[in-house]
Design a protein around this ligand. Structure first.
Ligand code: SAM
Length: 224
């Protein structure tokens, strides 16, 4: 993915081409990222060392279903670094349902990110209990999962069964060490992919090195 596709942008900064999104909340920074104004439009640099979705773009991600108006269910919002860029991309007519169970990070997420962005619906819940997300309405276009749990693939599948539309996209970040420290990362990713095959068409598997060590990302599509 090389060209600007209107979802994200490549901007020259300090002599390098850098990834950026158009800031939905001009003047607002989330993680001290640089803000750059070009032709009257403000962009936020998107750091691949801080966001695994940005790392995947740097490492030849071939599918990018996030665009204006996209509905996303995001599990593992943490302090909202990646969620904030997805919020920029989906814009005021899109929505990001952002699930986080740890109250300390969730407070930060609310203060620094969700309270400034009307297209984020924070959900302070355990991703193991999707039936308790009362604010999710209808089906979503994309489910993005980054919760670093040993049983995350099962949690992700349960959430997709409830909320992902048929043919919708699924992004699973696999923290290989959180599943089994004794196995090789490649083997772990292969095993997780096997668990997905009956429900999903697997589209791509991406190593996030050097931006993120011991992480991979699997992109899949829910079968019709
Ligand atoms: N996705 C974030 C980003 O790119 O900015 C980083 C996510 S961090 C690696 C994992 C997050 O998942 C943590 O904040 C953790 O509290 C959350 N988490 C782990 N298990 C969870 C669960 N069962 N339900 C909801 N959140 C969970």
């Amino acid at each position: 993915m090389e060209e600007d596709n209107q979802s994200f942008f490549w901007i020259k900064s300090e002599g390098q081409r850098k990834l950026a999104t158009e800031n939905l909340v001009p003047g607002n920074q989330v993680y001290k990222e640089k803000l750059i104004v070009k032709k009257g439009v403000e962009y936020r640099l998107w750091d691949p060392f801080r966001s695994k979705l940005a790392a995947a773009i740097m490492n030849e991600l071939e599918y990018f279903p996030f665009e204006n108006k996209t509905k996303v269910l995001y599990l593992g919002a943490s302090t909202g670094t990646t969620v904030s860029h997805i919020s920029d991309i989906v814009g005021p007519s899109g929505i990001v349902f952002a699930v986080e169970h740890a109250s300390r990070v969730a407070r930060d997420f609310l203060d620094r990110v969700a309270s400034h962005r009307s297209n984020i619906m924070p959900i302070l819940q355990d991703a193991r209990k999707p039936k308790e997300y009362f604010s999710v309405f209808g089906k979503v276009d994309v489910v993005y999962v980054d919760i670093a749990q040993p049983d995350q693939t099962k949690i992700a599948i349960d959430n997709c069964e409830m909320f992902l539309k048929k043919g919708g996209y699924f992004f699973l970040v696999i923290k290989t060490r959180s599943i089994d420290v004794t196995k090789s990362p490649r083997k772990i990713i292969e095993e997780e992919i096997e668990k997905l095959k009956s429900n999903f068409d697997i589209l791509q598997s991406i190593d996030l090195h050097p931006y993120d060590k011991d992480h991979g990302m699997v992109v899949a599509r829910l079968k019709n």
